[in-house]
Design a protein around this ligand. Structure first.
Ligand code: DGT
Ligand code: CA
Ligand code: CA
Ligand code: ZN
Length: 583
């Protein structure tokens, strides 16, 4: 997990570029950024080149004399003198400040010069005091924008994307499984509930040797630093993410797992159910306290369960509730009535209905993507490259002629493939709900995904009507990433989910759960509204490479958070069932 040094050097060069930009130096920042990009992607470890000398470093494109000498200096002395001087000159938290949409390095430089702003808090204070609009070149509108975007920036500073935290959690679990003293290891907290963003990664271990586990954990090669280490408890930072470890004795593993999985609201509700039955529920177990006078001792009473999580629920006459549902949004009532959903399982997915190739902005050929799908055990695969249209910039999308050409190319690959290959398109939903591809062409394609890529600032009513129009289009099969949001980057369309879902039911259009961890769109609430209305959902990765076909799990667990069952999901059907829906 520890990063390659190419990444480290690239990050330094980018910081250099930001600081030069902030000082309003011309041209230089661009060349530093270009060098950073090439260093990051260079296949050979940069430390090897640096050891050979400056000439070797200059083999990297865009790295000339000035930059190579700094790289060598860094490897020799541990710092770059010029960068240190710039940092001293501009002691700003660049990452934090530039996370505010509309605030770039130049703005950071200007605001530091004029007002001495170095942090997000100071930026907010200055904006509230109307000081920013007094700065030359800045106005009331800019100030208002900054103020509006600060909460979003603050959240993006504090919470990690599931797609970043989950692989880290997997690697820490793999590591712990290899530690002798560890009997069982699992994640708890929001990551076990598969929330779209994660405050920290909670890890729980069952062991009788807490000290050895803590020692091993703090030596985990993936950890960049140790935040704290105690008896049976420790926290480290890895790739900027906080990982909390707790060790409990095996007999209390189930109760601890239940407690630390949360959510807090779910646990509070559950504890109240326990109290009504003269039971006490906590991280140590569930206890019958009907004969106990003083219940202040956490382990007081007769213990009726806690080694497994299922025992905790069984003590309350409840079936085990899946972690994804534990948000106190009706799951405890449903469990009591034996009406929990039969949740979608990851292995029920039989194919991906939304993927890209190098015909548009994907990285791989049609054949490579199909091979990736076959490797993952899918029965079918849909090629759905971008069509040109609103929101597609830089010639990314295919025009109608190119799409017609692609029909033959897909057929060629299909003829030699082990799995069924369908030809689709990702068309754009324009601001009024129109579709960006000719109707007769849409008729010829197997799958039409229609997604909004532009005009994402519309109000709720306009946006809802726009998407309903797209849903009504007779050729549209799937409404792709309905809100167009990018987590931590842009909020996307605000929608009346019920209205969208009703239209989807009426017109036989599926609603996508886009599994890309930056999107997760529909989100959990959107899925819940969709399945409650009886709409069909499609869980798709929007993959631009074979590796990103593995995003599927984020979509599946988001669908589970929305109470989706296998029967609600289009791509759990076999190819016959799929084709029947598409017609
Ligand atoms: P996060 O980390 O902000 O994404 O959300 P969680 O849910 O992982 O929350 P976290 O890490 O603060 O705590 C882990 C779990 O511990 C939480 O889901 C519920 C459980 N818990 C139950 N009661 C309490 C309590 O009083 N304090 C804390 N900190 N956790 C509690
Ligand atoms: Ca957590
Ligand atoms: Ca925690
Ligand atoms: Zn796409």
């Amino acid at each position: 997990m520890s990063r390659s040094r190419n990444d480290e050097i690239a990050t330094l060069l980018e910081e250099f570029a930001d600081l030069l930009d902030a000082k309003r130096v011309e041209y230089k920042p661009r060349s530093y950024r270009r060098a950073a990009e090439n260093v990051r992607e260079y296949p050979q470890p940069i430390e090897e080149l640096a050891a050979e000398g400056q000439d070797a470093v200059e083999e990297i494109q865009g790295v000339g004399d000035a930059i190579s000498s700094k790289i060598v200096e860094y490897f020799e002395t541990g710092e770059i003198e010029e960068l240190e001087a710039l940092r001293e000159d501009l002691p700003v938290d660049m990452r934090e400040l530039t996370s505010v949409e509309g605030v770039g390095p130049k703005t950071v430089g200007d605001l530091y010069e004029a007002l001495g702003i170095t942090t997000l808090d100071e930026l907010e204070e200055a904006a509230r005091a109307s000081e920013i609009q007094e700065v030359k070149g800045y106005g009331a509108k800019t100030e208002e924008n900054i103020l509006e975007n600060i909460p979003f920036a603050r959240e993006s500073q504090e919470r990690e994307l599931l797609g970043d935290a989950r692989p880290l959690a997997d690697s820490v679990l793999d590591f712990l499984d290899s530690v002798d003293a560890v009997e069982r290891a699992d994640v708890a907290g929001s990551i076990r509930r598969w929330k779209e963003t994660i405050g920290d990664v909670d890890v729980l271990v069952a062991s009788d040797a807490g000290e050895s586990v803590v020692d091993a954990f703090t030596d985990w090669p993936g950890a960049d630093s140790v935040i704290e280490a105690g008896t049976g408890k420790a926290s480290v930072r890895a790739d900027g993410i906080r990982v909390d470890l707790r060790v409990v004795v095996p007999a209390e593993f189930g109760s601890a797992l239940q407690y630390f999985t949360g959510s807090k609201e779910h646990n509070v509700h559950l504890r109240n159910v326990a109290i009504e039955r003269d039971l006490k529920m906590n991280e140590y177990g569930v206890f019958d306290v009907s004969d106990v006078e003083d219940t202040s001792d956490q382990r007081a009473g007769r213990r009726v369960g806690g080694e497994t999580e299922a025992e905790m629920y069984a003590a309350l006459d409840l079936p085990l509730i899946s972690p994804e549902l534990r948000e106190d949004t009706g799951e405890i009532e449903a469990a009591a009535d034996d009406e929990l959903p039969d949740l979608l399982e990851p292995n029920a997915i039989r194919g991906d209905l939304h993927t890209h190739t190098d015909w548009s902005d994907g990285d791989n050929t049609i054949a490579e993507m199909v091979a990736g799908a076959a490797e993952r055990g899918y029965e079918y695969h849909v090629v759905s490259d971008h069509a040109t249209g609103p929101g597609m910039v830089g010639g990314v999308g295919l025009d109608d002629d190119e799409l017609r050409e692609q029909i033959d190319a897909v057929a060629d690959v299909a003829a030699g493939a082990d799995i069924e290959v369908l030809h689709g398109v990702e068309a754009n939903v324009d601001a009024e709900g129109g579709i960006s591809v000719a109707d007769d062409l849409l008729d010829q394609l197997d799958v039409v995904v229609a997604s909004p890529h532009s005009a994402l600032g519309q109000d709720r009513e306009t946006a809802t009507e726009r998407l309903v129009r797209a849903i009504e289009h007779p050729s549209v099969d799937v409404l792709g990433h309905p809100t167009g949001r990018l987590i931590h980057t842009r909020p996307g369309l605000e929608l009346d989910y019920e209205r969208v879902a009703e239209a989807a039911v009426e017109h036989g259009t599926a609603l996508e759960v886009n599994a890309n961890p930056h999107r997760l769109d529909l989100n959990d609430a959107g899925v819940r509204a969709a399945v409650e209305a009886g709409a069909t959902i499609a869980v798709d990765t929007d993959a631009h490479s074979p590796a990103t076909l593995d995003y599927m799990r984020y979509g599946v667990h988001t669908a589970r958070r929305g109470w989706a069952e296998e029967t609600d999901v289009l791509n759990t059907r076999g190819v016959e069932g799929l084709r029947a829906f598409l017609h």
